[in-house]
Structure formats: C-alpha cells, structure tokens
Design a protein around this ligand. Structure first.
Ligand SMILES: [Ca+2]
Length: 495
C-alpha cells in the first residue's frame, strides 16, 4: 500500500512538473481572448481597427505592442467574482516595473471593475500624449509618496462588463509619470470612498496597458499583485516607518491600519464625512502606534446606533485583540444609525505607545474617537466643537409645547434632532411641527415622524406611536437634510 501510494505521488509529481512547464511557456495572443495563465487572469480586448499582440510571460508579466488601433486593453491581474468588497478581500497592492513606449494616447494603469454599483476604475501611473480623464479634480491625495488627482466621470450607454450600460468611472491619476514602484491599491479605494465614491463588489484588479487611437509597446518586466493580508508584500517594505499618532488628537475611525471583519465597511454620511459601519459581534479594528504620552484616562467617540434594544460594547484593548483591556464604551441607541453623538467612558490609565484595538460586541457606526487625560470625567481636551446645548426656543403656544433643536453637520448635509417637550399640565394628543428652511435644504429622510416638504416649507406630524406627550414628557424626531451653502438652524413651531 505504501509503495503504491509512493508511485501515485511520483505520478502526481511528474504531472505537476509537466503542467508547470506547459503553463510557463510563453503564449502569444493577437485577438480578443480571456483566460488564466500562471496564476493570473489575463485579457486581450480590442475593438475595430489596427492590430495588437500580447505575449504572456511568467506570473503577472507580459509584453505587448499595438499599431494604429482604435482602442485596445492588455491586462493581467485577478478576476475576483464580484462577491466581496475590497475590505473583505483585505489589503490589495501591486509591485510593478514596465518599459513603456506609447506613441500617442495611452495609459499605464491599475484597472478594474466593481459590480453593485457598476464602476470602472483607473489608477494611472503613466500615460502617452494626453493625461486623462480631462475632468475637474475632486482633490489631490498622497499615496506611496506620490500625488494623485482624484476624478469621477460618468459613461453613458457604453460597453461594460454587464453589457452596454451607464456607469461611473473613478480615477486616481499621478501628477508625475512613473513606470515602476509599489501601488497601495486599497489606499486609493479608501480615499475614493472617503470622497463619496462608492465601490462595489470587486470584479477585477489588473495591471493594464491601454492604447487609444495610437500605437506603442510595453514590456511588463515585474508585476506581483498581492490580495489579502494586512500589509504590503515583504519585498517592498514601507518607505517610511509608521509614525505614531497622538491619542489626544481626534483619530478618524476609518483611518485604521487593519481590520478583522468580513462585513465592516467605510461608510459616508458621518459628521466628518466618513466612518466605519456594518460592524458585527467579534469584529475588531487596529490602529497602530498610538501615543498615549504620560497617561490617557478617558475615551470618547462619535457614534451612531439605531439599536431597538440593548447596546454594543466597544472594548479598548492594547497591543492585540487579546491584549490588555483598559475599558469599555457601551453604546445604546442614539436615535438612528445616522444620528451621531459623542459618548465617553473612563479607562484605566494608559501611557506610552501602543497598538490600539477596538473590539465590538455588535453593530455601531463610528465616525471618530479621541482619548483624554487628567480626571476621568470632564475630558481636559476641549471637544472639537462646543457641545451643542441648544437654546430652548420660547414656548410656541399650543398648550405649552416647547421645541429644542440640535444638529450635526458636515459638508452639504446635516442630521437634525428636534425634541418637543410638554410644559403644560394636560396631555397632548397628536402634534404638528412646521418650519421654513432659509436655503435650499431638502429632507432626505426622517424618523419618528412623517413629513411633507413643499419647496422650503415642511410639515412634520407625529408617528403613530409618539403622538401622546404626557405633562413634563418629551418626544424627539430627527431628519437628514442635504443643501448647498451653509447650514442654518430652522425655526420650528409646534402645536
Ligand atoms: Ca470619520
């Protein structure tokens, strides 16, 4: 039996060697084709006109040339089935080195697609005689020591991986050309998402040479695509050692170094613009090299929760998910998943530099957090914004009902909370709040009330469950708005 097994192993081994030698043979392609080659998915795509030639080499490498084409794309990378977000896939990075000789319009780029939403994306490292995409930049980001402009463009009824469709293109385009280096692809994805460019399920990540109404050639001499794991490939150490971040300056929740979760996503709509959400029990997020100085004694976070009961614990641990636990912030409902408030807790004193791990017992949305020192109660670090103690508006009639308003705002949007208090001596049965926005505010959602908006005029009425307000009691409803210009708190009348 043992002998037969050995013979079988020998047969398997010889087959494996044979197949490896076949796979490593160079393959020349001159017409549209997709497939896999030595661990990478490749695609040759060309529309009408001209000619192209792609030679598949080992691993992610290939060479290509094109002559008088209309449009051609040569690429090698991974097609990932559009079943996971990039956060679920883990860190994505690429190391490459290309001899690139475009004659005319061409891009050397990381290229791919997401589904749901359908998005075509580009991280352009070099180009020919025209720098894409000819749109207005949404801002400049620094990744891997280089500057990139971010763009969003829309393609209307154009070819896509789902047939002819209308879809967005997201772009990072370097401000100076390069043809070798490491591209921290996930950092581009995060930067796009923090600007509201939503990524879908990753369909493809590839190194692409594209020619448009041009000729040229390229030799991809090095191309290693790494997907998963929390760090770049070991052959390319980070160019700078990770510097520490102060625990006493606000840390954006989405600026984590690693995450252990199959669901967590960077979300929009937080007071700072983005945060983390889709968190589940047992998930944790790591922030490396946090400097607690001579001692942190409190923790506070800007969070939102729409839990109907109970609360989620955010456990604060040091130097690993099973490291020392120094405290727990418990977050119950804040009135909705988009209703961000500050919550704080005292913690055991922490000094020096540590990796910080936040472990979650369930769902919560988190925008940012910061540590405080000194007494455990009032944090000595002043909050970034003064706490919003809304002035009580004078009673607006209607049986002694008074209204107070608070809000959290961000660029072009706000969540507004309205609390109605019954100051009278008799029970209120049913209430109506009315106001007129001073700008172009538009309500995008409301909870704990129903509403109609006509132009700038809004009428909100109690929901079926909160129309009754006993003497001395209060009810709160909330809504989200979008607007241009600056926010102005609405003057709300209730009766
Ligand atoms: Ca944030």
């Amino acid at each position: 039996m043992r002998q037969r097994r050995l013979a079988f192993l020998a047969l398997l081994l010889s087959l494996a060697v044979a197949s490896v030698s076949v796979v490593l043979a160079q393959t020349v392609i001159t017409s549209n084709q997709t497939g896999t080659h030595d661990g990478y998915d490749y695609e040759f795509w060309k529309d009408e006109g001209g000619s192209g030639r792609m030679t598949l080499k080992s691993g992610g490498t290939f060479s290509c040339e094109w002559n008088n084409v209309n449009n051609i794309l040569f690429r090698k990378g991974r097609k990932l089935g559009a079943s996971q977000t990039h956060q679920q896939l883990g860190n994505i990075s690429m190391t490459y080195d290309v001899i690139y000789n475009p004659a005319g319009n061409s891009y050397l780029c990381v290229y791919g697609w997401t589904k749901n939403p359908l998005v075509e994306y580009y991280i352009v490292e070099s180009w020919g005689n025209w720098r894409p995409p000819g749109a207005s930049s949404m801002g400049t980001i620094t990744v891997d020591g280089g500057s990139y402009d971010v763009y969003r463009t829309t393609r209307v009824n154009q070819p896509s991986i789902e047939g002819t469709s209308t879809f967005d293109q997201y772009w990072s385009v370097r401000t100076s050309k390069r043809t070798s280096g490491t591209i921290s692809i996930s950092q581009h994805f995060n930067a796009w998402e923090s600007r509201g460019l939503q990524m879908g399920m990753i369909y493809e990540v590839a190194l692409c040479v594209e020619g448009y109404q041009s000729s040229g050639n390229a030799d991809v001499r090095t191309h290693v695509l790494t997907i998963g794991g929390g760090s770049p490939p070991p052959s390319q150490p980070p160019s700078q050692p990770p510097s520490s971040r102060s625990a006493f300056s606000t840390i954006q929740a989405e600026d984590y170094d690693s995450v252990s979760s199959s669901t967590l996503q960077v979300i929009g709509g937080t007071p700072s613009g983005s945060g983390i959400g889709y968190i589940e029990n047992g998930n944790y997020v790591t922030y490396r090299n946090i400097d607690f100085g001579s001692g942190a004694t409190s923790f506070r976070a800007v969070v939102a929760s729409g839990l109907s009961s109970g609360s989620t614990n955010i456990e604060i641990r040091l130097d690993g998910p099973s490291g020392t636990s120094v405290g727990t912030l418990s977050v119950g409902s804040t009135g909705g998943w988009n209703n961000y408030v500050e919550r704080s807790t005292s913690i055991s004193t922490v000094t020096g530099v540590h990796d910080l791990v936040l472990r979650f017992s369930g769902p919560v949305n988190m925008d940012s957090f910061v540590f405080g020192s000194g007494g455990s109660q009032p944090p000595t670090q002043p909050p970034q914004q003064p706490p919003q103690q809304p002035p009580q508006q004078p009673p607006s009639g209607g049986g002694g009902l008074s209204v107070s308003v608070s809000e959290s705002t961000w660029g072009g949007g706000a969540t507004v909370n309205v609390t109605i208090t019954n100051n009278g001596s008799s029970t209120v049965n049913g209430w109506t709040a009315t106001w007129t926005f001073t700008g172009d505010e538009k309500i995008t959602s409301m909870w704990n009330a129903t509403y109609t908006q006509s132009g700038s005029s809004v009428t909100a009425r109690n929901a079926s469950w909160n129309g009754t307000i006993q003497p001395g009691a209060s009810v709160t409803f909330s809504f989200n708005i979008s607007y241009t210009g600056s926010y102005s708190r609405p003057q709300i009348t209730v009766n």
